[in-house]
Write a protein that binds this ligand. Structure first.
Ligand code: NAD
Length: 361
């Protein structure tokens, strides 16, 4: 897959449970090194399940590719518009598979940015993440764009801000399950995230804990997902990717919307056997279904963090596994790990120094 390889880096692969999305049960494969993320997602899904689980959906898989044109002539926009069908047809010669599936290059947008002309090629990449496909199309049509505009071609590459490829999920958490105080705490915390960027970034990081873990498990380009998510969050000043409100019964509703460029084919997915197993466990049939599931996981993860912060604080769940990590770092082996971790948790003294002291003493 990559150059200069000397080994592989292994991470824990777990399964989050209790997820019901659009009436279907899912086991969610998650690859992540951070303690308590998988447990938290499972717990949030269990609470949402009481009210029917998650409702989720995704847009068609439209990606944007950009061609930068420098020194374009005054007639450039008009000439590109007139040649639109020709350019789309030319782009679609790059992938017969995509055309057969009803996907492919669909539209062209043009804008002027900083004195340059920028052409956006909109491509329905169907069940792929799409970067390679779109980049190939951009390079294919660039010489003709140069002729039409009379300018110089600069960068030709996909945009990771795939704002036409959004996924959304929604869930209800009943008041009877959470209690009024916890709901109020969640809403207070959410109001802070709406206005204080120091909180907003952490709020969104919690969402990405879940989304990235599914992305890693299923072999996605998680940097593309991260870049897209934060770009989307920042489109009108950096904002939370989720929204929370109360209904007339006092139940809590949560909703998420973010761009998700994911694939069930393409890239390195087919050559990564673990990703294949993860997709099989998840049982998704399309990129749209995968991104719907990931949106639901992001919402669940966010809700779990807000609930913990409004209740017992975030450390309680983290500390047990963290104590084990510290015991291992101190040199504990086999049964010693659990013994030392347990002792540190019990005494409320969780540190590497204390783990070493217990090990040596
Ligand atoms: P890809 O090049 O493997 O293309 C997907 C292939 O799957 C195509 O050949 C297509 O014909 C085929 N296919 C079969 N069934 C399909 C279906 N149902 N729907 C869609 N396609 C189907 O992969 P890609 O998704 O175009 O590119 C993804 C890769 O590009 C990732 O590995 C990513 O890391 C990399 N990449 C990303 C960026 C970026 O994000 N900025 C830039 C360059 C490369």
């Amino acid at each position: 897959m990559v150059e200069n390889i000397v080994g592989t880096q292994e991470l824990p692969f777990g399964l989050a449970t209790n997820f019901r999305i659009n009436g279907k049960d899912y086991l969610i494969p998650m690859v992540i090194e951070e303690p308590s993320v998988i447990a938290a997602a499972s717990h949030a899904a269990k609470l949402a399940r009481e009210a029917g689980g998650f409702w989720a959906e995704a847009d068609e898989s439209i990606m944007r590719g950009e061609i930068q044109v420098l020194d374009a002539g005054p007639e450039a926009e008009k000439r590109i518009t007139e040649a639109k069908e020709e350019l789309l047809e030319m782009a679609n010669t790059c992938s017969q598979t995509l055309s057969k599936l009803g996907g492919g290059a669909k539209d062209i947008e043009i804008k002027r940015v900083n004195g340059m002309l920028v052409l956006h090629l909109l491509v329905d990449v169907k069940d792929a993440m799409g970067a390679n496909t779109v980049n190939t199309m951009l390079e294919k049509i660039s010489p003709r764009v140069q002729e039409l505009t009379g300018g110089r071609i600069g960068f030709r590459i996909i945009s990771n801000l795939c704002d036409l490829r959004l996924a959304r999920a929604r869930a209800r958490w009943p008041k009877a399950l959470l209690g009024e105080d916890v709901i109020q705490g969640i809403l207070d915390g959410y109001r802070l995230a709406e206005k204080d960027i120091y909180r907003t970034v952490t709020h969104n990081k919690g969402i990405m804990n879940g989304i990235d873990a599914v992305a890693l498990a299923t072999g996605q380009d998680w940097r593309a997902i991260e870049a897209g998510a934060h770009g989307w969050a920042a489109r009108n000043g950096y904002k939370p990717l989720t929204r929370y409100w109360l209904d007339e019964k006092g139940d809590l509703w949560g909703e998420i919307e973010l761009p998700l460029a994911v694939g069930v084919v393409g890239g390195s997915i087919k050559s990564n056997p673990v990703a294949q197993i993860a997709l099989k466990i998840l049982g998704v049939k399309s990129a749209k279904e995968l991104s719907s599931v990931m949106a639901a996981v992001g919402l669940a993860q966010n809700f779990a963090a807000l609930r913990a912060l409004a209740k017992e604080g975030i450390q309680k769940g983290h500390m047990r596994l963290h104590a084990r990590n510290l015991a291992i770092a101190a040199g504990a082996k086999g049964e010693e790990i659990e013994r030392i971790a347990e002792r540190m948790v019990k005494e409320g003294k969780i540190s590497l120094e204390y783990a070493k002291e217990l090990l040596n003493g």
